[in-house]
Ligand binder design. Structure first.
Ligand code: EPU
Length: 420
Protein backbone atom coordinates (compact mmCIF):
# COMPACT_ATOMS: atom_id res chain seq x y z
CA UNK A 1 0.00 0.00 0.00
CA UNK A 2 1.31 3.46 -0.87
CA UNK A 3 2.00 6.11 1.71
CA UNK A 4 2.75 9.79 1.49
CA UNK A 5 5.70 11.45 3.17
CA UNK A 6 5.60 15.19 3.77
CA UNK A 7 8.51 17.26 5.04
CA UNK A 8 6.90 20.28 6.64
CA UNK A 9 7.63 23.98 7.11
CA UNK A 10 7.91 24.88 3.42
CA UNK A 11 6.03 28.05 2.46
CA UNK A 12 3.78 27.40 -0.57
CA UNK A 13 3.55 29.92 -3.38
CA UNK A 14 2.49 30.04 -7.02
CA UNK A 15 -0.53 28.93 -9.03
CA UNK A 16 -2.53 25.74 -8.93
CA UNK A 17 -5.15 24.52 -11.39
CA UNK A 18 -8.25 22.89 -9.89
CA UNK A 19 -9.66 19.71 -11.49
CA UNK A 20 -13.29 18.84 -12.23
CA UNK A 21 -15.57 18.14 -9.29
CA UNK A 22 -15.82 14.57 -8.00
CA UNK A 23 -19.25 15.08 -6.49
CA UNK A 24 -20.55 16.59 -9.71
CA UNK A 25 -18.91 14.07 -12.06
CA UNK A 26 -20.45 11.08 -10.22
CA UNK A 27 -24.16 12.05 -10.58
CA UNK A 28 -23.57 13.46 -14.06
CA UNK A 29 -22.03 10.16 -15.19
CA UNK A 30 -24.90 8.23 -13.55
CA UNK A 31 -27.38 10.43 -15.41
CA UNK A 32 -26.09 9.18 -18.77
CA UNK A 33 -28.18 6.06 -18.03
CA UNK A 34 -31.31 8.16 -18.65
CA UNK A 35 -30.94 8.30 -22.43
CA UNK A 36 -29.83 6.27 -25.42
CA UNK A 37 -27.84 9.15 -26.93
CA UNK A 38 -24.10 9.79 -26.80
CA UNK A 39 -22.67 11.89 -23.99
CA UNK A 40 -19.37 13.71 -24.05
CA UNK A 41 -18.12 14.89 -20.69
CA UNK A 42 -15.20 17.27 -20.29
CA UNK A 43 -13.11 18.23 -17.24
CA UNK A 44 -13.71 14.79 -15.72
CA UNK A 45 -11.25 14.39 -12.81
CA UNK A 46 -8.84 11.46 -12.81
CA UNK A 47 -9.98 9.75 -9.59
CA UNK A 48 -10.57 6.25 -8.27
CA UNK A 49 -14.27 7.06 -7.66
CA UNK A 50 -14.69 8.10 -11.29
CA UNK A 51 -13.07 4.84 -12.41
CA UNK A 52 -15.51 2.97 -10.14
CA UNK A 53 -18.62 4.63 -11.60
CA UNK A 54 -17.34 4.09 -15.15
CA UNK A 55 -16.83 0.38 -14.31
CA UNK A 56 -20.35 0.29 -12.91
CA UNK A 57 -21.77 1.86 -16.10
CA UNK A 58 -19.79 -0.60 -18.23
CA UNK A 59 -21.12 -3.48 -16.13
CA UNK A 60 -24.64 -2.29 -16.97
CA UNK A 61 -23.73 -2.41 -20.67
CA UNK A 62 -22.67 1.20 -21.34
CA UNK A 63 -19.90 1.91 -23.84
CA UNK A 64 -17.28 4.15 -22.32
CA UNK A 65 -14.33 5.74 -24.08
CA UNK A 66 -11.82 7.59 -21.95
CA UNK A 67 -10.08 10.56 -23.44
CA UNK A 68 -7.64 13.07 -22.00
CA UNK A 69 -9.60 15.04 -19.37
CA UNK A 70 -12.87 13.60 -20.52
CA UNK A 71 -14.89 10.62 -21.64
CA UNK A 72 -17.77 9.63 -23.86
CA UNK A 73 -20.55 7.40 -22.58
CA UNK A 74 -23.25 5.72 -24.61
CA UNK A 75 -26.08 3.85 -22.89
CA UNK A 76 -27.97 2.89 -26.07
CA UNK A 77 -28.08 -0.83 -25.31
CA UNK A 78 -27.89 -1.70 -21.64
CA UNK A 79 -27.73 -5.34 -20.63
CA UNK A 80 -28.30 -5.21 -16.86
CA UNK A 81 -30.13 -3.22 -14.20
CA UNK A 82 -27.97 -4.41 -11.32
CA UNK A 83 -25.26 -2.57 -9.39
CA UNK A 84 -23.26 -5.35 -7.67
CA UNK A 85 -21.91 -5.41 -4.10
CA UNK A 86 -18.26 -5.45 -5.26
CA UNK A 87 -18.54 -1.97 -6.73
CA UNK A 88 -21.03 -0.42 -4.29
CA UNK A 89 -18.88 -1.46 -1.32
CA UNK A 90 -15.94 0.52 -2.72
CA UNK A 91 -18.06 3.60 -3.38
CA UNK A 92 -21.37 4.48 -1.71
CA UNK A 93 -22.19 7.00 -4.45
CA UNK A 94 -22.93 3.98 -6.69
CA UNK A 95 -26.47 4.40 -5.31
CA UNK A 96 -26.76 7.25 -7.84
CA UNK A 97 -27.59 4.74 -10.58
CA UNK A 98 -30.81 3.74 -8.78
CA UNK A 99 -32.97 6.72 -9.82
CA UNK A 100 -31.92 6.74 -13.49
CA UNK A 101 -32.30 2.94 -13.88
CA UNK A 102 -35.80 2.81 -12.37
CA UNK A 103 -36.86 5.82 -14.37
CA UNK A 104 -35.70 4.48 -17.73
CA UNK A 105 -36.16 0.72 -17.27
CA UNK A 106 -38.83 0.54 -14.55
CA UNK A 107 -36.63 -1.68 -12.42
CA UNK A 108 -33.27 -1.79 -10.70
CA UNK A 109 -31.36 -3.93 -8.23
CA UNK A 110 -28.64 -2.11 -6.35
CA UNK A 111 -26.52 -3.43 -3.51
CA UNK A 112 -27.47 -1.54 -0.36
CA UNK A 113 -24.54 0.67 0.64
CA UNK A 114 -23.37 0.02 4.18
CA UNK A 115 -22.15 2.68 6.58
CA UNK A 116 -18.68 4.11 6.25
CA UNK A 117 -15.99 5.66 8.45
CA UNK A 118 -17.89 8.95 8.76
CA UNK A 119 -21.34 7.64 9.72
CA UNK A 120 -24.25 5.24 9.16
CA UNK A 121 -25.37 7.03 6.00
CA UNK A 122 -28.84 5.55 5.40
CA UNK A 123 -30.69 5.91 2.06
CA UNK A 124 -34.23 5.90 3.48
CA UNK A 125 -35.02 9.28 1.90
CA UNK A 126 -33.98 8.11 -1.58
CA UNK A 127 -36.34 5.15 -1.16
CA UNK A 128 -39.21 7.18 0.34
CA UNK A 129 -39.09 9.50 -2.69
CA UNK A 130 -39.14 6.62 -5.18
CA UNK A 131 -42.07 5.02 -3.31
CA UNK A 132 -44.00 8.28 -3.55
CA UNK A 133 -43.37 8.18 -7.31
CA UNK A 134 -45.04 4.76 -7.50
CA UNK A 135 -42.11 2.38 -7.07
CA UNK A 136 -42.32 -0.83 -5.04
CA UNK A 137 -39.30 -1.48 -2.90
CA UNK A 138 -37.94 -4.64 -1.36
CA UNK A 139 -34.73 -5.21 0.49
CA UNK A 140 -33.43 -8.75 0.08
CA UNK A 141 -30.03 -10.40 0.37
CA UNK A 142 -28.34 -7.03 0.89
CA UNK A 143 -29.84 -5.56 -2.26
CA UNK A 144 -32.53 -2.96 -2.73
CA UNK A 145 -34.90 -4.07 -5.47
CA UNK A 146 -37.06 -1.39 -6.99
CA UNK A 147 -39.87 -2.00 -9.47
CA UNK A 148 -42.23 0.49 -11.09
CA UNK A 149 -44.34 -1.73 -13.37
CA UNK A 150 -46.41 1.17 -14.71
CA UNK A 151 -43.51 3.58 -14.74
CA UNK A 152 -42.86 6.38 -12.26
CA UNK A 153 -45.29 9.26 -11.78
CA UNK A 154 -44.82 12.76 -10.45
CA UNK A 155 -45.21 13.29 -6.69
CA UNK A 156 -44.67 15.74 -3.88
CA UNK A 157 -41.53 14.65 -2.00
CA UNK A 158 -40.79 16.43 1.28
CA UNK A 159 -37.25 15.62 2.40
CA UNK A 160 -36.73 15.59 6.15
CA UNK A 161 -33.00 16.32 5.57
CA UNK A 162 -31.67 18.04 2.42
CA UNK A 163 -29.72 14.97 1.30
CA UNK A 164 -27.35 15.66 -1.59
CA UNK A 165 -27.27 12.32 -3.42
CA UNK A 166 -30.91 11.75 -2.41
CA UNK A 167 -31.94 14.98 -4.16
CA UNK A 168 -29.85 13.99 -7.20
CA UNK A 169 -31.28 10.47 -7.36
CA UNK A 170 -34.86 11.74 -7.13
CA UNK A 171 -34.30 14.55 -9.62
CA UNK A 172 -32.92 12.00 -12.10
CA UNK A 173 -35.86 9.66 -11.43
CA UNK A 174 -38.36 12.51 -11.93
CA UNK A 175 -37.12 13.82 -15.28
CA UNK A 176 -38.72 10.89 -17.16
CA UNK A 177 -41.66 10.32 -14.76
CA UNK A 178 -45.17 11.17 -15.90
CA UNK A 179 -46.36 14.49 -14.49
CA UNK A 180 -44.90 16.97 -12.04
CA UNK A 181 -42.57 16.18 -9.15
CA UNK A 182 -41.89 18.68 -6.41
CA UNK A 183 -38.89 17.98 -4.16
CA UNK A 184 -39.22 20.05 -0.98
CA UNK A 185 -36.26 20.85 1.28
CA UNK A 186 -34.01 19.83 -1.62
CA UNK A 187 -30.25 20.11 -1.25
CA UNK A 188 -28.90 23.36 -2.71
CA UNK A 189 -25.27 22.38 -3.32
CA UNK A 190 -23.64 23.71 -6.52
CA UNK A 191 -23.26 20.08 -7.68
CA UNK A 192 -27.09 19.81 -7.75
CA UNK A 193 -27.15 22.84 -10.09
CA UNK A 194 -24.44 21.29 -12.28
CA UNK A 195 -26.44 18.07 -12.66
CA UNK A 196 -29.66 20.02 -13.31
CA UNK A 197 -27.95 22.08 -16.02
CA UNK A 198 -26.71 18.96 -17.79
CA UNK A 199 -30.19 17.39 -17.62
CA UNK A 200 -31.84 20.60 -18.89
CA UNK A 201 -29.35 20.73 -21.77
CA UNK A 202 -30.57 17.24 -22.74
CA UNK A 203 -34.25 18.22 -22.70
CA UNK A 204 -35.30 17.87 -19.05
CA UNK A 205 -37.65 20.44 -17.51
CA UNK A 206 -36.35 21.42 -14.08
CA UNK A 207 -36.95 24.64 -12.17
CA UNK A 208 -35.52 25.78 -8.86
CA UNK A 209 -32.08 24.11 -8.84
CA UNK A 210 -30.04 25.85 -6.14
CA UNK A 211 -33.19 26.61 -4.09
CA UNK A 212 -34.95 24.42 -1.55
CA UNK A 213 -37.77 23.54 -3.96
CA UNK A 214 -37.19 21.65 -7.19
CA UNK A 215 -40.05 21.39 -9.68
CA UNK A 216 -39.60 18.79 -12.38
CA UNK A 217 -42.03 18.26 -15.27
CA UNK A 218 -41.51 14.77 -16.67
CA UNK A 219 -40.63 14.49 -20.39
CA UNK A 220 -40.90 11.33 -22.53
CA UNK A 221 -37.18 11.16 -23.30
CA UNK A 222 -33.82 12.87 -22.94
CA UNK A 223 -31.12 13.37 -25.55
CA UNK A 224 -27.39 12.87 -25.26
CA UNK A 225 -25.18 15.93 -24.97
CA UNK A 226 -21.83 17.50 -24.22
CA UNK A 227 -21.03 19.07 -20.86
CA UNK A 228 -18.08 20.43 -18.91
CA UNK A 229 -18.02 19.36 -15.24
CA UNK A 230 -17.74 22.26 -12.75
CA UNK A 231 -14.47 22.77 -10.83
CA UNK A 232 -14.07 20.91 -7.54
CA UNK A 233 -14.81 23.44 -4.78
CA UNK A 234 -13.56 21.07 -2.06
CA UNK A 235 -10.23 20.51 -3.82
CA UNK A 236 -9.98 24.31 -4.21
CA UNK A 237 -10.77 24.81 -0.51
CA UNK A 238 -8.13 22.23 0.42
CA UNK A 239 -5.49 24.18 -1.56
CA UNK A 240 -6.59 27.45 0.06
CA UNK A 241 -5.91 25.87 3.43
CA UNK A 242 -2.58 24.52 2.18
CA UNK A 243 -1.66 28.13 1.42
CA UNK A 244 -2.95 29.37 4.76
CA UNK A 245 -1.28 26.69 6.87
CA UNK A 246 2.16 27.37 5.32
CA UNK A 247 1.78 31.19 5.53
CA UNK A 248 1.87 31.13 1.75
CA UNK A 249 0.80 33.17 -1.26
CA UNK A 250 -1.32 31.23 -3.74
CA UNK A 251 -3.51 31.70 -6.77
CA UNK A 252 -6.05 28.87 -6.87
CA UNK A 253 -7.18 28.85 -10.51
CA UNK A 254 -10.31 27.70 -12.35
CA UNK A 255 -12.74 27.82 -9.45
CA UNK A 256 -15.97 29.68 -8.83
CA UNK A 257 -15.46 32.04 -5.85
CA UNK A 258 -19.18 32.07 -5.04
CA UNK A 259 -19.22 28.31 -4.33
CA UNK A 260 -16.67 28.79 -1.52
CA UNK A 261 -18.11 31.78 0.31
CA UNK A 262 -18.70 30.03 3.65
CA UNK A 263 -15.07 28.86 3.80
CA UNK A 264 -13.68 32.18 2.53
CA UNK A 265 -15.75 34.03 5.16
CA UNK A 266 -14.10 31.95 7.89
CA UNK A 267 -10.59 32.34 6.43
CA UNK A 268 -11.12 36.11 6.31
CA UNK A 269 -12.36 36.07 9.92
CA UNK A 270 -9.12 34.21 10.78
CA UNK A 271 -7.15 37.18 9.43
CA UNK A 272 -6.23 35.72 6.03
CA UNK A 273 -6.39 37.83 2.87
CA UNK A 274 -8.59 36.00 0.34
CA UNK A 275 -10.07 37.66 -2.74
CA UNK A 276 -11.32 36.86 -6.23
CA UNK A 277 -8.62 37.15 -8.88
CA UNK A 278 -9.65 36.64 -12.51
CA UNK A 279 -11.06 33.13 -12.73
CA UNK A 280 -9.53 32.13 -9.45
CA UNK A 281 -8.91 33.00 -5.82
CA UNK A 282 -5.83 34.71 -4.41
CA UNK A 283 -4.78 33.93 -0.83
CA UNK A 284 -2.03 35.60 1.18
CA UNK A 285 -1.06 35.13 4.81
CA UNK A 286 1.28 37.43 6.63
CA UNK A 287 0.85 36.51 10.29
CA UNK A 288 -0.26 33.59 12.48
CA UNK A 289 -3.96 32.88 11.82
CA UNK A 290 -6.59 33.54 14.50
CA UNK A 291 -8.85 30.79 15.84
CA UNK A 292 -12.46 30.87 14.56
CA UNK A 293 -15.48 28.70 15.35
CA UNK A 294 -16.91 26.45 12.64
CA UNK A 295 -20.26 24.69 12.36
CA UNK A 296 -20.89 22.43 9.37
CA UNK A 297 -24.23 22.92 7.65
CA UNK A 298 -25.84 22.03 4.31
CA UNK A 299 -24.94 24.46 1.49
CA UNK A 300 -24.64 27.46 1.60
CA UNK A 301 -23.33 26.75 5.12
CA UNK A 302 -19.80 25.61 5.95
CA UNK A 303 -19.23 22.26 4.12
CA UNK A 304 -18.68 19.11 6.16
CA UNK A 305 -16.24 18.12 3.40
CA UNK A 306 -13.97 20.99 4.57
CA UNK A 307 -14.27 20.38 8.33
CA UNK A 308 -11.21 18.13 8.69
CA UNK A 309 -8.99 20.41 6.57
CA UNK A 310 -10.14 23.50 8.50
CA UNK A 311 -9.34 21.70 11.74
CA UNK A 312 -5.73 21.21 10.59
CA UNK A 313 -5.48 25.00 10.26
CA UNK A 314 -7.15 25.63 13.62
CA UNK A 315 -4.77 23.35 15.51
CA UNK A 316 -1.91 25.82 14.85
CA UNK A 317 -3.99 29.00 15.14
CA UNK A 318 -3.87 31.59 17.90
CA UNK A 319 -6.65 30.96 20.42
CA UNK A 320 -9.51 28.51 20.97
CA UNK A 321 -11.75 27.19 18.20
CA UNK A 322 -14.96 25.19 18.58
CA UNK A 323 -15.67 22.99 15.57
CA UNK A 324 -19.17 21.55 15.44
CA UNK A 325 -20.05 18.74 13.01
CA UNK A 326 -23.79 18.56 12.34
CA UNK A 327 -23.96 16.43 9.16
CA UNK A 328 -22.19 13.15 9.97
CA UNK A 329 -22.02 11.47 13.37
CA UNK A 330 -18.44 10.19 13.27
CA UNK A 331 -16.50 12.66 11.19
CA UNK A 332 -13.78 13.30 13.77
CA UNK A 333 -11.54 10.29 13.07
CA UNK A 334 -8.68 12.65 12.12
CA UNK A 335 -8.64 14.07 15.68
CA UNK A 336 -6.64 11.26 17.27
CA UNK A 337 -4.10 11.41 14.42
CA UNK A 338 -3.73 15.21 14.76
CA UNK A 339 -3.16 14.70 18.48
CA UNK A 340 -0.25 12.37 17.65
CA UNK A 341 1.28 15.37 15.90
CA UNK A 342 0.93 17.53 19.01
CA UNK A 343 -2.52 19.08 18.51
CA UNK A 344 -4.56 19.98 21.59
CA UNK A 345 -8.13 18.83 20.85
CA UNK A 346 -10.93 17.63 23.12
CA UNK A 347 -14.09 16.02 21.79
CA UNK A 348 -17.41 16.74 23.50
CA UNK A 349 -20.24 15.09 21.59
CA UNK A 350 -20.28 16.65 18.12
CA UNK A 351 -17.94 19.48 19.15
CA UNK A 352 -14.17 19.50 18.86
CA UNK A 353 -12.58 22.04 21.16
CA UNK A 354 -9.28 23.01 19.61
CA UNK A 355 -6.69 24.99 21.55
CA UNK A 356 -4.17 26.27 19.02
CA UNK A 357 -0.54 25.27 19.55
CA UNK A 358 2.51 27.06 18.11
CA UNK A 359 3.93 24.07 16.26
CA UNK A 360 3.03 20.52 15.20
CA UNK A 361 5.64 17.80 14.97
CA UNK A 362 5.74 15.28 12.13
CA UNK A 363 4.68 11.71 13.00
CA UNK A 364 3.49 8.52 11.33
CA UNK A 365 -0.31 8.82 11.01
CA UNK A 366 -3.12 6.87 9.40
CA UNK A 367 -5.82 8.22 7.09
CA UNK A 368 -9.33 6.98 7.83
CA UNK A 369 -11.37 8.63 5.08
CA UNK A 370 -10.97 10.92 2.12
CA UNK A 371 -11.12 14.34 3.79
CA UNK A 372 -9.22 13.07 6.87
CA UNK A 373 -6.37 12.13 4.49
CA UNK A 374 -6.28 15.68 3.14
CA UNK A 375 -6.35 17.05 6.70
CA UNK A 376 -3.26 15.00 7.63
CA UNK A 377 -1.34 16.11 4.54
CA UNK A 378 -2.14 19.73 5.45
CA UNK A 379 -1.00 19.20 9.03
CA UNK A 380 2.18 17.60 7.66
CA UNK A 381 2.86 20.68 5.51
CA UNK A 382 2.92 22.82 8.65
CA UNK A 383 4.68 20.38 11.00
CA UNK A 384 8.33 20.34 11.94
CA UNK A 385 10.01 17.20 10.53
CA UNK A 386 8.48 14.37 8.52
CA UNK A 387 4.90 13.13 8.54
CA UNK A 388 4.17 9.70 7.06
CA UNK A 389 0.55 9.18 6.08
CA UNK A 390 -0.53 5.60 5.47
CA UNK A 391 -3.78 4.20 3.98
CA UNK A 392 -3.79 6.93 1.40
CA UNK A 393 -5.96 4.94 -1.01
CA UNK A 394 -8.76 7.10 0.44
CA UNK A 395 -6.99 10.16 -0.98
CA UNK A 396 -6.92 8.78 -4.52
CA UNK A 397 -10.71 8.51 -4.44
CA UNK A 398 -11.10 12.27 -4.41
CA UNK A 399 -7.92 14.26 -5.13
CA UNK A 400 -6.49 14.42 -8.63
CA UNK A 401 -2.62 14.36 -8.47
CA UNK A 402 -2.48 16.16 -5.12
CA UNK A 403 1.24 15.43 -4.47
CA UNK A 404 2.19 16.70 -7.93
CA UNK A 405 0.15 19.89 -7.48
CA UNK A 406 1.54 20.54 -3.98
CA UNK A 407 5.12 19.89 -5.17
CA UNK A 408 4.69 22.48 -7.91
CA UNK A 409 3.80 24.98 -5.18
CA UNK A 410 7.01 24.22 -3.29
CA UNK A 411 5.93 21.45 -0.90
CA UNK A 412 8.30 18.58 -0.15
CA UNK A 413 5.96 15.65 -0.58
CA UNK A 414 6.39 12.23 -2.11
CA UNK A 415 4.53 8.97 -2.50
CA UNK A 416 6.31 5.75 -1.63
CA UNK A 417 5.35 2.11 -1.77
CA UNK A 418 4.68 0.61 1.65
CA UNK A 419 6.03 -2.82 2.60
CA UNK A 420 5.15 -5.33 -0.19
N1 EPU B 1 -29.39 11.00 5.36
C1 EPU B 1 -30.46 10.29 5.87
N2 EPU B 1 -31.22 9.58 5.00
C2 EPU B 1 -30.99 9.55 3.67
C3 EPU B 1 -29.90 10.31 3.15
C4 EPU B 1 -29.12 11.01 4.04
O1 EPU B 1 -30.70 10.28 7.08
O2 EPU B 1 -31.73 8.89 2.93
C5 EPU B 1 -28.55 11.78 6.28
C6 EPU B 1 -27.08 11.30 6.31
O3 EPU B 1 -26.92 10.21 7.17
C7 EPU B 1 -26.35 12.55 6.75
C8 EPU B 1 -27.17 13.67 6.10
O4 EPU B 1 -28.44 13.09 5.78
O5 EPU B 1 -26.42 12.65 8.13
C9 EPU B 1 -26.58 14.27 4.85
O6 EPU B 1 -26.16 13.24 3.98
P1 EPU B 1 -26.24 13.35 2.41
O7 EPU B 1 -27.22 12.35 1.90
O8 EPU B 1 -26.43 14.77 2.00
O9 EPU B 1 -24.79 12.87 1.99
P2 EPU B 1 -24.46 12.07 0.67
O10 EPU B 1 -25.36 12.51 -0.41
O11 EPU B 1 -24.33 10.62 0.96
C10 EPU B 1 -22.78 13.83 -0.32
C11 EPU B 1 -21.35 13.85 -0.73
C12 EPU B 1 -20.47 13.75 0.50
C13 EPU B 1 -20.79 14.95 1.39
C14 EPU B 1 -22.28 14.97 1.73
C15 EPU B 1 -22.70 16.18 2.52
C16 EPU B 1 -21.39 12.86 -2.94
C17 EPU B 1 -21.06 11.70 -3.82
N3 EPU B 1 -21.10 12.73 -1.65
O12 EPU B 1 -22.98 12.60 0.36
O13 EPU B 1 -19.13 13.84 0.05
O14 EPU B 1 -20.04 14.88 2.57
O15 EPU B 1 -23.05 14.96 0.51
O16 EPU B 1 -22.38 17.35 1.86
O17 EPU B 1 -21.89 13.87 -3.41
C18 EPU B 1 -16.79 13.52 0.17
O18 EPU B 1 -16.71 13.97 -0.99
O19 EPU B 1 -15.79 13.35 0.91
C19 EPU B 1 -18.11 13.19 0.71
C20 EPU B 1 -18.28 12.39 1.76
Amino acid sequence: MDKIIVKGEKRLSGEVEISGSKNSALPILASTLLSAGDHTLLNVPNLADVTTILKLLQGLGAKVTKEKSGCTVSCSSLSSCEAPYDLVKTMRASILVLGPLVSRFREARVSLPGGCAIGARPINLHLMGLERMGAEIQIEHGYVEVKAKKGLHGARIPLEIPTVTGTENLMMAAVLAEGTTVIENAAREPEICDLAQFLIKRGAQIRGAGTGTLVIEGVPRLNGGEYTIMPDRIEAGTFLIAGAITQGDLLVKSVDYSTLEALIGKLTEAGIEVKPDGEGIRLRVSSRVKAVDIKTMPYPGFPTDMQAQMMSLMVISKGLSVITETIFESRFTHVSELKRMGADIKIQGNHAIVQGVKQLSGAPVMASDLRASACLILAGLAAEGETEISRIYHLDRGYDRIEEKLSQLGAEIRRVKDRP
